[in-house]
Design a protein around this ligand. Structure first.
Ligand SMILES: Nc1nc2c(c(=O)[nH]1)N[C@H]1C(S)=C(S)[C@@H](COP(=O)(O)OP(=O)(O)OC[C@H]3O[C@@H](n4cnc5c(=O)[nH]c(N)nc54)[C@H](O)[C@@H]3O)O[C@H]1N2
Ligand SMILES: Nc1nc2c(c(=O)[nH]1)N[C@H]1C(S)=C(S)[C@@H](COP(=O)(O)OP(=O)(O)OC[C@H]3O[C@@H](n4cnc5c(=O)[nH]c(N)nc54)[C@H](O)[C@@H]3O)O[C@H]1N2
Ligand SMILES: [Mo]
Length: 693
């Protein structure tokens, strides 16, 4: 680039990823363009590199398909036919339609559908204040993390925290258990390498061989959904060899006897039969894990996406408690660090409007403000049913920070619902997603470069502030501005609806918690990111846990609920994240699509390929109880036999049949936390020549 014309600035990566990177940007201020993204070399987690996808953010931010003006539908839903309209016209009409629905059907007919397109608290969570103020239905945000959260809290309480990633170099043995961290948590890798340099061995436990397996020292393939059995099998070995830590168990835990008794039933033979992991391997790994003492398990949400996923995760994360690993720096387990941020969340997203008694007098009164304890709750994994079967029906859908037509399970029902002519749909978007094509109004949204925000993280202990570094592209506006404009038109007086990012950040930081001491908005603005005052080494469960009894709970012993295929659908389909995409974000960036090979491909083990007559490169029909898609097959020894894998939540248009992978997935929920079950789909794989349509 031409020197002098450009400037550099710092920003925070807004995406739904544990790493929450600090980025160094090169900008062309005159052209209002982002030229280049790099990782901040000063940030202790980012360590100077961004990921393969975020390097491409300039292409996303300035993508020719980015909506830049409000659009009103002119053709049938899904056709993508729109006309440009002015903001005032769009907002006036949306406010009128919404007012009419509120008057005739009440707030319960209005659903906000949102998730984590951005993790900035102002744009991610605060827009909910508007919906709470009008008494809209509450979306239970279960698509990703609630099974894991419920499992974690059942054993380790709330707030959820775990081993500090910066302590990992001190770990002596590491399980990467149900996480594809080289795709999904790339900034963990330097810490893993340091641990390895210090003598730790790294073992990956996952049904298929991925980049992470190849990085690890050993890969253990297990049957999807069988982790609780594997954990119990290991626990039994550890107990048999008296390698557990009776003093820690006595001091810091409760309910051990029942756990021990359950574990006794998991002999090596039974464990092998349930998991597919050879008995000798189970035994060897259990001994190695227990003997290292400072043993660490990095786990994640992926392994919870099964009918028994919550219990499975609980069984796994109890292993460090069994051996007392929580007493040693680097030992323990990590699912999320989200609970280390002791922010004052009382008004975030208008929480006080649905929990009024918890927060004392409300700061304002408003037209539609009627906090309703019987507010309608909709599990976001069941959007398809909610749009097609709910009585009385939903009449308005507001989508922001999410792409439900592609990411939600049961795409067939979601699409059917979004096609309803009587459903008024507004989509706030940075990309003309396949969801946006079903909108009555598409409203152009700003990106993180164009709006300020405060960021926590779920993979480290740094709080970050992101300043706007570019003007909005076209007429894009932040979510909060759109909802404030609607609130004004509905004459809502609730003051939190109108808060700026700075005002919100000030209240969030207004906490006496020692971990936030000295961390002010001014300091965050000056420094970009600040580490919380959490202790180093961080040993949150050394003596107990923030559960009701103050102890780590072994009780009730986690259930073993296996993921089973079905007679007509003998294979289990996993649909985990791709390296070059972030959920469906980036799915339209051509170079990243090319990086993923251009089209979604199904991996099938040679044994299964032989069994079902699938040749390498053949086109296959994949069928489940919920639908069918067509893909090219790649015969590969990567998956454990009985399991097929398709990486990535691709845009539908990149699939050979124009149908996304969630045409195959169902609305079934996890045992704990009512979470999604994306990795437990029974399917049949049928070569095209044999498929009778
Ligand atoms: N590049 C990239 N990074 C991402 C994302 C992305 O889309 N792309 N998404 C982000 C988001 S929103 C999230 S929630 C995280 C998710 O991060 P991860 O939890 O790492 O995501 P998954 O790949 O879904 O699951 C991890 C691994 O679990 C395996 N698995 C599936 N079932 C089982 C099982 O029963 N037992 C065991 N042991 N393993 C199992 C899968 O094969 C997969 O390799 O990643 C975040 N980071
Ligand atoms: N089959 C299958 N399905 C899955 C998964 C899987 O592993 N397999 N993973 C699941 C998981 S873990 C998750 S978390 C969900 C993720 O599902 P989503 O949270 O829906 O994530 P994305 O698909 O990345 O879509 C986010 C959208 O938000 C938009 N966006 C970003 N920032 C803003 C903003 O500031 N304002 C507005 N208005 N829009 C913005 C982006 O342009 C993007 O289109 O998907 C789930 N779906
Ligand atoms: Mo997620």
């Amino acid at each position: 680039m031409i020197g002098g014309m450009t400037k550099t600035a710092r920003a925070v990566c807004p995406l739904d990823c544990p790493d929450t990177c600090s980025l160094i940007l090169t900008l062309d201020p005159q052209a209002n363009r982002l030229l280049k993204v790099e990782g901040d070399p000063q940030h202790p987690i980012t360590q100077g590199f961004a990921c393969v996808k975020t390097y491409r953010y300039p292409e996303r931010n300035h993508h020719p398909e980015r909506p830049l003006y409000p659009l009103r539908r002119t053709g049938p839903k899904g056709s993508g036919q729109f006309e440009r309209v002015g903001w005032d016209e769009a907002l006036d009409e949306i406010a009128q339609r919404l007012q009419h629905i509120l008057d005739t059907s009440g707030g319960q007919a209005v659903l906000p559908y949102h998730y984590a397109g951005t993790m900035g608290l102002h744009q991610y969570e605060h827009p909910l204040a508007f919906f709470r103020a009008i008494g809209a239905a509450e979306l239970e945000t279960t698509i990703c993390a609630t099974a894991g959260a419920a499992a974690w809290e059942a054993s380790y309480g709330f707030p959820r925290m775990g081993t500090d990633p910066e302590d990992i170099p001190q770990a002596r043995f590491i399980f990467l258990w149900g996480i594809n961290s080289l795709h999904t948590n790339t900034h963990l890798t330097p810490f893993l390498k340091q641990a390895r340099h210090n003598g730790a061995r790294i073992v990956h436990i996952d049904p298929y061989q991925s980049l992470t397996s190849r990085f690890a020292d050993e890969h253990i393939k297990l049957r999807p959904g069988s982790d609780a059995a594997l954990a119990y099998g290991m626990a039994r070995v550890i107990l048999e060899h008296r390698l557990h830590d009776p003093a820690y168990i006595e001091r810091a835990t409760q309910g051990f006897a029942a756990f021990q008794e359950t574990a006794q039933a998991w002999t090596l033979e039974r464990t092998e039969a349930a998991t597919g992991v050879p008995a000798a391997t189970v035994e060897r790994l259990a001994l190695e894990f227990a003997r290292a003492r400072a043993s660490f398990i990095r786990t994640s949400y992926g392994m919870t996406r099964h009918p028994g996923g919550g219990s499975a995760l609980r069984a796994v994360i109890l292993l460090p408690a069994l051996i007392g690993a929580w007493q040693y720096p680097g030992g323990g387990a990590l699912l999320t660090t989200s609970g280390v941020f002791p922010l004052n969340r009382k008004y975030l997203g208008g929480k006080h409007l649905i929990e009024p008694e918890a927060s004392g007098p409300r700061p304002g009164a408003a037209g539609y403000l009627r906090p309703n304890p019987e507010v309608r709750r909709i599990n976001m994994n069941q959007l398809g049913s909610a749009l097609t079967r709910l009585e009385p029906p939903l009449r308005a859908l507001f989508v922001f920070n999410s792409n439900p037509l592609v990411v939600a399970p049961n795409s067939g029902a979601v699409r059917q619902g979004m096609q309803r002519e009587d459903l008024f749909t507004v989509v706030l978007e940075q990309a003309l997603t396949e969801t946006a094509r079903y909108a009555d109004y598409v409203l152009p949204a700003t990106t993180f470069l164009e709006h300020p925000d405060l960021y926590t993280a779920y993979g480290h202990h740094y709080l970050s502030w992101n300043a706007a570094v570019l003007d909005p592209q076209g007429e894009a506006r932040p979510n909060t501005q759109v909802f404030a404009e609607l609130a004004r038109r509905l004459e809502l007086e609730e003051p939190t609806l109108y808060w700026s990012a700075e005002e919100l950040a000030q209240t969030l930081l207004a906490s006496d918690h020692p971990w936030l001491k000295g961390i002010t908005l001014e300091r965050l603005q000056a420094e970009g990111y600040v580490r919380l005052n959490t202790p180093r080494a961080f040993l949150p469960f050394k003596d107990g846990a923030p559960t009701p009894t103050g102890k780590v709970c072994f009780d009730p012993p986690p259930a073993v609920i296996l993921t089973e295929p079905e007679a007509d659908y003998p294979l289990i389909l996993l649909t985990p994240p791709a390296k070059h995409f972030l959920n469906s974000t980036y799915g339209h960036v051509e170079r990243l699509v090319a990086g993923e090979g251009g089209e979604p491909v199904l991996w099938i083990h040679p044994q299964d390929a032989a069994l079902y007559g699938v040749a390498d490169g053949a086109t296959v029909h994949i069928r489940s109880r919920h639908g069918e898609v067509i893909r090219r097959a790649k015969v590969s020894p990567a998956p454990i036999p009985g399991t097929v894998v398709l990486e990535g939540t691709w845009w539908e248009r990149n699939a050979p049949d124009g149908k996304g992978i969630n045409w195959l997935t169902g609305e079934g929920l996890t045992d704990l936390g009512a979470g999604s079950t994306f990795h437990s789909n029974p399917v049949a794989v049928i070569p095209r020549s044999n498929a009778s349509d």
